[in-house]
Ligand binder design. Structure first.
Ligand SMILES: Cc1ncc(COP(=O)(O)O)c(C=O)c1O
Length: 394
């Protein structure tokens, strides 16, 4: 039976990193996969995480199964990180630890499907390429709403609201909480407020995917949308990831948070999350969740982590400014100024697939065919080289 399955092509983004790693050109630049990199091109373990890990190794005294909702303290710590201390919805919110943001999205989608068998989830166009396969494997129907305007390099809010006016009551709208992947264009605060009104008027349920809290403007600033909708909408589902802001990619740490009319109701909804998980992977892995909990609960580690995360954010934003400036110098215009205005790890350079291919073949600069770049792949040492090459292919 298994002999009928054919070899699949490599994942387009993961395959790109492998191709770059095999490239002998010493000037090669990997702007592909969505992993933070420092000035030396490494993806370091944060020192607060390292310290939490050392303490955890000393203290851990069992490898018995993780509790169903996750390691002790994780759910409350993540709920507070998302909503902020003193948020009015804290008592109505319940979090379930999941294997990464991907696991959280999958569990959330299956809970939504249990709540409403004919549920439709609206996705931004464009969105993280994995949203579609991941959510459709949960059996939900998908629809697109327009989001990014490549001419203005910003959110086309008029088109977004016009599309959502066609959504049926009971539909779910997936929104990137911050640092939109792949386009880097986020909703501003007024747009979040207007969106809340529209969602409520049309009885649409918001579902926020926040995988980059702290990498855009700051931990609190990046959670504006989550916090606003949690306060102003009757229900909210949030899938969060600790892959990027804690640098715990391979440990698979994330959470799904349900905010409903009451704590008891959210508890009931979360029990469905735990039951969905039982049928998928049974229980969440412990290690990464224990590290996140420790960092968030310890005053010193929390401070250290926030400082490190600030360093990550500042480096990304400095590289954004540096690329915009380098392009301005080469083109004598502000065509690429948008890179400095956008936030998070990603931006579209607005190049054709042929130009992207030329960059790879002639300059060993690797990016996704859509010309999405991981800004964190830029360094003070390579930004001029990248800008020269981009100017050359234009
Ligand atoms: C928008 C978005 N959501 C979710 C995820 C999932 O992250 P994780 O690695 O924690 O599963 C990612 C990762 O790239 C992402 O970009």
């Amino acid at each position: 039976m298994l002999q009928d399955l054919q070899q699949l092509p490599p994942d387009p983004i993961l395959g790109l990193s492998a191709a770059c790693a095999a490239d002998p050109n010493p000037q090669k630049v990997d702007l592909g996969a969505g992993v933070y990199k420092d000035e030396q091109g490494r993806t370091p373990i944060m020192s607060a995480i390292k310290k939490a890990e050392q303490a955890w190794i000393q203290e851990e005294d069992t490898k018995a199964y993780t509790p169903q909702m996750g390691v002790a303290g994780f759910a409350d710590a993540i709920t507070k990180l998302l909503l902020g201390d003193g948020h009015p919805a804290l008592a109505r919110a319940r979090t379930l630890q999941c294997p990464g943001g991907s696991g959280a999205l999958q569990v959330a989608a299956r809970v939504l499907k249990r709540a409403r068998d004919d549920v439709t989830i609206w996705l931004s166009d464009p969105s993280w390429p994995n949203h579609r396969p991941l959510l459709s494997s949960a059996g939900v129907a998908l629809q697109d709403y327009p989001y990014y305007d490549p001419r203005t390099h910003a959110v086309d809010f008029g088109a977004l609201t016009a599309a959502l006016n066609r959504a049926d009551p009971g539909n779910v709208v997936l929104i990137h909480g911050c640092c939109h992947n792949p386009c880097g264009a986020d909703l501003d605060e007024d747009q979040w407020r207007a969106l809340a009104v529209q969602l409520n008027d049309r009885q649409l349920t918001p579902f926020i995917d926040i995988a980059y809290q702290g990498l855009g403007e700051g931990l609190d600033e990046d959670a504006f949308g989550v916090r606003y909708l949690a306060e102003h909408c009757p229900e909210l589902v949030v899938a969060s990831s600790a892959s990027k802001n804690f640098g715990l990619y391979r440990e698979r740490v994330g959470g799904v948070t349900f905010v409903t009319a009451s704590g008891e109701q959210s508890e009931r909804v979360r029990s469905h999350g735990a039951s969905v998980a039982r049928g998928l992977y049974s229980l969440p892995p412990a290690h990464g969740g224990a590290l996140v909990t420790r960092v968030l609960q310890s005053v010193e580690l929390n401070r250290e982590w926030r400082q490190e995360l600030e360093g990550v954010r500042e480096r990304i934003n400095a590289m954004r400014a540096a690329l915009a400036e380098a392009m301005r110098e080469r083109l004598n215009d502000g065509r690429f100024d948008f890179v400095a205005r956008q936030r998070g790890m990603f931006s579209f350079l607005g190049l054709s697939a042929a130009q992207v291919e030329t960059l790879r073949q002639d300059h060993s600069i690797y990016m996704v065919a859509s010309s999405r770049i991981n800004v964190a792949g830029l360094t003070a040492a390579n930004v001029a080289y990248v800008a020269d090459a981009v100017a050359a292919v234009l």
